[in-house]
Design a protein around this ligand. Structure first.
Ligand SMILES: C[S@@+](CC[C@H](N)C(=O)[O-])C[C@H]1O[C@@H](n2cnc3c(N)ncnc32)[C@H](O)[C@@H]1O
Length: 331
């Protein structure tokens, strides 16, 4: 089976000259040179059977050209920095610091989004009986990850992760340590190619499209500007879902914090485009599709969505500045 991991010495030099080590790869993974610039190659990456930390079947991964750009910020690495992670470069920290200057509560917002995501996954596994998850825009692993939350309740849960950032790909193995009773896969792909994602062998191997699936779009759609037709992207995903599936999504909003727009503009100047949306825009974008019915409390600030009584009090709406919602596809 072809294997494509393209960091020969497993380290990257950042724009500031710092060298970063990537997670250890299984010994049997072999190096394959980068295809010529502009050419995209798709290959299957599978884990050797001798890996003892996870069942062989769970380590399915499909990758294309991994190329870490340490000179421009990436949304995955900026988010990692805001959540206190270590997988970021000087350019990401600088972009995050600029956002933070304009919008000091950005870290609180990121943490509240993460809490919402985990509450949503637990609801889906425990209360809705969902056993399959398609998580688009996975992010750099932040424990607990979606599969840990889901398999903590349903060990047989199957999760297909999708992201287009090479640094997330570099961590794919950490993401894919599945409970032996379940299965986890990782696809290196862009949300703007939804047909390729739902039709990919990898996703079809991990998920059964005859059984309900929870589509997760957490903190990703605000990176898709209107001209890239986010509504069509969402519709393509939703139309591929079987009846009884769910859609969980969250989205940055400018409605409660006037400083959020200038903060987003600064991010854009660094090469990352964002499109904060109002509650009405977000609801129309994600939940207006065929047969989708919002689960109470509907579209609300992520901090207010089924908050557990034992969680600390919710921060102010301005600090959170993100909406979330979960809907069920009639079936
Ligand atoms: C803010 S993080 C959210 C991570 C996680 N979903 C969460 O809510 O905690 C956004 C993620 O979306 C990914 N992303 C952004 N644009 C993307 C695209 N066009 N296709 C696939 N992934 C994308 C980034 O690489 C990053 O990992």
């Amino acid at each position: 089976m072809a294997i494509l991991i393209t960091f020969p010495d497993r380290s990257i030099t950042g724009g500031d000259g710092t060298r970063f080590s990537l997670p250890a790869m299984p010994a049997a993974l072999s190096y394959s040179p980068l295809p010529p610039s502009g050419a995209w190659s798709y290959r299957n990456v599978s884990s050797p059977r001798e890996d003892s930390t996870a069942p062989a079947e769970s380590l399915a991964c499909e990758a294309r050209r991994p190329l870490v750009d340490a000179t421009h910020p990436s949304s995955a690495r900026v988010y990692d920095y805001l959540l206190g992670g270590k997988d970021n470069f000087a350019t990401d920290r600088s972009a995050a610091n600029k956002i933070e200057e304009a919008f000091p509560a950005i870290r609180t917002g990121a943490q509240e989004n993460r809490r919402f995501l985990l509450r949503g996954v637990r609801y889906l596994a425990a209360e809705a009986g969902i056993r399959q998850f398609l998580d688009i825009g996975t992010g750099i692993p932040t424990s607990p990850n979606v599969h840990e939350a889901a398999q903590g309740i349903t060990p047989e849960a199957r999760i297909a992760y999708v992201d287009n950032d090479p640094i997330v790909l570099a961590h794919a193995r950490a993401l894919m340590v599945s409970d032996p009773r379940g299965n986890v896969g990782y696809l290196d792909a862009d949300i703007r190619a939804p047909e390729a994602i739902v039709g990919s062998d990898l996703v079809r191997k991990v998920l059964d499209f005859d059984e309900p699936i929870a589509l997760i779009l957490s903190a990703i759609l605000h990176f898709i500007p209107d001209e890239e037709r986010p509504a069509e992207i969402v519709r393509t995903f939703v139309e591929a879902l079987p009846p009884g599936s769910y859609v969980l999504a969250s989205h940055v909003t400018p409605e409660h914090e006037p400083r959020l727009r200038p903060a987003s503009a600064g991010y854009r100047d660094d090469g990352v485009r964002t499109r904060p949306r109002t509650a009405a825009e977000f609801e129309r974008l994600v939940f207006a599709g065929r047969g989708l019915e919002l689960v109470p409390p509907g579209v609300v600030l992520v901090s207010r969505w089924r908050r557990d009584p034992d969680e600390p009090p919710a921060p102010s709406p301005a600090e959170v500045s993100a909406y979330g919602g979960l809907a069920k596809l009639a079936g």
